[in-house]
Design a binder for this molecule. Structure first.
Ligand SMILES: *Cc1c(COP(=O)(O)O)cnc(C)c1O
Length: 370
């Protein structure tokens, strides 16, 4: 048995007719920017998320940058964010001219709300939370802190499409939510794509304008903006996939529950816990493993692909050396570096495959103890 880390091809085969139809429609129309597909995507995504505004953009990195820029964040400002994430969440803070202020993570891999308040200064303009792996941050406490101090919350939902906090989808708890539709994400295009959602109509209009060269009508540029658009072809593909996304999310949760029961009480590993009053959308199923590199090698020799998300905490990357921050502040994020291992998880993964993976993991730790 050979098990890939992600399998986008079998998902394509399961919806091939509709996908091919959507792509062919765009080709026949020979209209590749904007149009009905893009408008429909924005409408559909609003409806599914029960949110007033959706602005489609070129990718999930742009969406973060645009939100912060249109909130007026820039030089001299500080934005607090998690020490453990994909680089986009911190890199975009730097792009605005502001300074990222990292906070260590909790046992759920998300920003530690108990350590957040200590990092707030008079320059703090926003907290950028990342619902990493599909796990929802401690929004109750974060909201409480930020409301008191009048600090905006921005949600990076690139890994958490349709994760739930108190039975509502993430992305509209704060002022705005940022989504990525990178192919491997829970909702993935066949290239780059992203979007912003918000219930703030004023912010929505600014973001839309900024992403469209600073104007809502052609040749009427009221400010200098950027070019960040979702391609028509990608919007067509996403419209097809949106019909399946809630079902696929349920299937991911099933896969996670199989791992949870088959790997329960395995010595040598720690399984991901789910925070109370939230639902995890399992973009990734990340365990903490003793002898991680040897385990990964063992699984690979049994044709099981795994991955590392992410091998280095953000403050430990050369990219953020210029901040000259005290690295002792990120004990958990740093100590996880050598233990994190992402196991295969996708809607199409079968019980037999998960069983095989779990058998091999247990075998590894049994062999080791001899
Ligand atoms: C993927 C990702 C992004 C960026 O999305 P792109 O579409 O690749 O630009 C941002 N934040 C997190 C946490 C991500 O995983």
């Amino acid at each position: 048995m050979k098990i890939e880390f992600v399998d986008l091809y079998s998902q394509y085969l399961s919806i091939k007719k509709d996908i091919d139809g959507a792509i062919n429609k765009t080709l026949s129309n020979a209209s590749f920017i904007g149009g009905e597909e893009v408008n429909n995507f924005e409408k559909n995504f609003c409806e599914l998320n029960s949110v007033r505004n959706c602005i489609s953009v070129a990718n999930g990195t742009d969406s973060l940058f645009i939100i912060m820029k249109m909130l007026g964040i820039g030089e001299g400002d500080e934005v607090i964010t998690s020490a453990y994430s994909w680089i986009s969440s911190a890199e975009t803070i730097v792009q605005t001219g502001a300074t990222p202020v990292f906070v260590d993570i909790d046992e759920y891999f998300t920003i530690d709300a108990n350590k957040l308040e200590a990092k707030i200064t008079k320059n703090t303009k926003a907290v950028l939370v990342v619902h990493i792996h599909g796990q929802v941050c401690d929004m109750e406490q974060i909201q409480k802190i930020c409301n008191e101090k009048n600090i905006k919350i921005i949600e990076d939902c690139a890994q958490s499409h349709f994760s739930e906090f108190n039975k509502t989808y993430v992305g509209k708890i704060g002022i705005a939510g940022s989504f990525s539709f990178y192919p491997g994400k829970n909702l993935g295009a066949y290239g780059d794509a992203g979007c912003i959602i918000t219930n703030d109509d004023d912010l929505a209009e600014k973001c839309r304008m900024y992403a469209r060269h600073g104007g809502l009508k052609k040749h009427e540029h009221v400010m200098c903006g950027i070019n960040s658009r979702m391609d028509t072809i990608q919007a067509g593909i996403l419209n097809v996939k949106l019909k399946h996304i809630l079902n696929w999310t349920e299937k991911r949760k099933n896969v996670a529950s199989w791992y949870n029961s088959l790997l329960a009480n395995t010595k040598g590993i720690k399984l991901p816990k789910v925070r109370n009053n939230t639902s995890h959308s399992y973009h990734l199923y990340v365990i903490l493993a003793d002898d991680r590199d040897l385990l990964q090698e063992y699984l690979s020799s049994n044709s099981i692909s795994t991955a590392l998300h992410y091998p280095k905490a953000l403050p430990n990357l050369p990219a953020f050396e210029f901040l000259k921050i005290d690295k002792n502040d990120f004990q958990l994020a740093t100590s996880n570096e050598g233990k994190l291992l992402s196991l295969p998880i996708y809607p199409e993964l079968t019980y037999e495959s998960v069983e095989f993976i779990c058998t091999k993991i247990k075998e590894f730790y049994q062999k080791k103890s001899f």
